[in-house]
Design a protein around this ligand. Sequence first.
Ligand SMILES: Nc1nc2c(ncn2[C@@H]2O[C@H](COP(=O)(O)OP(=O)(O)O)[C@@H](O)[C@H]2O)c(=O)[nH]1
Ligand SMILES: [Mg+2]
Length: 195
Amino acid sequence: MSSINRAAGEIHCKLVYYGPGLGGKTSNLQYLYSQLPPERRSQMISLATEGDRTLFFDFLPLELGQVRGFRTRLHLYTVPGQVFYKSSRLMILRNTDGICFVADSQPERQEANLEALADLESNLSELGQKLADLPYVLQLNKRDLPTALPVEELTANLRRGQEPVISACAANGEGVAETLQELARRVLARLAATG
Ligand SMILES: Nc1nc2c(ncn2[C@@H]2O[C@H](COP(=O)(O)OP(=O)(O)O)[C@@H](O)[C@H]2O)c(=O)[nH]1
Ligand SMILES: [Mg+2]
């Protein structure tokens, strides 16, 4: 999607948080939202959420400020985890500029992590894209839980290439800004390289 509107002096980038249900995607956006100055806080949109679960998606626009003289905006989305929302995930993934995979560090969620990662790769391939060709970061979330698997083990199981691996506790915001910075840096570097 990343669009540069030279006339308006604006850059727009679409970033998607992907991962197993209840892994912490919405929490990432909620934390970022909570860090915004109050006067800019009216904008997080969570569509059709029922209790904790994201049934459709969350959307959070973030102003990055000026990048190379352009007013730069990030559009953050999360995808719903449940299997039956495949068409929503496909739609949200379309024209994405970058992806953060939010993995759940708990042993009992490892199958769900692998399933979500495979689902991501298969959906990208339906859209004619490959993970390896996209700005991508792997976030290992829920590091605060006593049962969290070692970072090395999760990395060995979930890392697909040279993507950065970032430990996080989205519930209290640890690693959340770092994750976004790392992803945004990659997206903007790629934008600069491709013009
Ligand atoms: N202990 C712990 N709980 C977390 C963390 N991140 C999210 N959660 C909790 O996990 C549940 C699901 O999080 P949510 O962000 O809704 O997951 P999503 O389905 O991926 O959007 C919520 O109850 C969160 O409070 C974390 O880092 N540590
Ligand atoms: Mg959610």
